[in-house]
Design a protein around this ligand. Sequence first.
Ligand SMILES: [Zn+2]
Length: 271
Amino acid sequence: MSKNKISGLFCIVVSLASLFALPEILSARPPYEHFTDFCRIGERVPGTSGHEKAGAYIVNKISNPQIDSFYTRGTWFYNIYKRFPGGNPRIGIAAHWDSDIDCPGANDGGSGVAVLLSLIDTLSLNSPPMGVDIIFFDGEDVDKAALLGSNHFASKCVDNYSFILVLDMIGDKDLQIFQEGHSVQFFPGLVDSIWRIGMDVAPIVFIPAIKYYIIDDHYSLIKYGIRAINIIDFDYPYWDSKDDTFDKCSEESLNIMYRFLLKIVYPEYIY
Ligand SMILES: [Zn+2]
């Protein structure tokens, strides 16, 4: 057998091995299961028992979580993140886990947490080809958008991120994600690339046009020089109200967003 034939055989074995890895990717705990469990906790206003329970829920679902805690406005806040080692480019995928006062925050906060927990399950089973941080910011919704956690995280950040995607309100049954104005203003090429992936996964969900300018955690990251963009469906009539409950969201929307993130962390992934 010539050397070429041996290396050809090796390639076939390697590609078969990567195909066999797919069932492990798909065997992560589904986002909707995390979502329903997380929503049962109810409101997650910093300083309350709901906040404590929600933080414990996330921490208990992650092996070796990193905690970035800080005290301000008479309350403790906790950014929680999981680091997956790997080379460059290092990327971050983030969502906030707190909720606003008098709002259960199922879609606003909860949807992003659920999808990221499934992604952590997957990344734990299948090492990503790049360094990835999955970040749960606290204190986003304090005073509507004080962005306390992301500000704290960014002010101490020593890592060199290629980019950080900030997900928020991604579980609406009628999911439509327009490009966010500040993200396009600062990083048009990055937004374009990410939307191409989104349109490939779900062309009716990802719309390549700006609709809103949003103050979300990406905004504080950008202020500190981090390439961050916002991925949000802001057309949600229950936003910031007591009606932002789990029944307004759908399993399918969460699955779409999970598949979208798989395509980012495993560029070769076929679904
Ligand atoms: Zn939010």
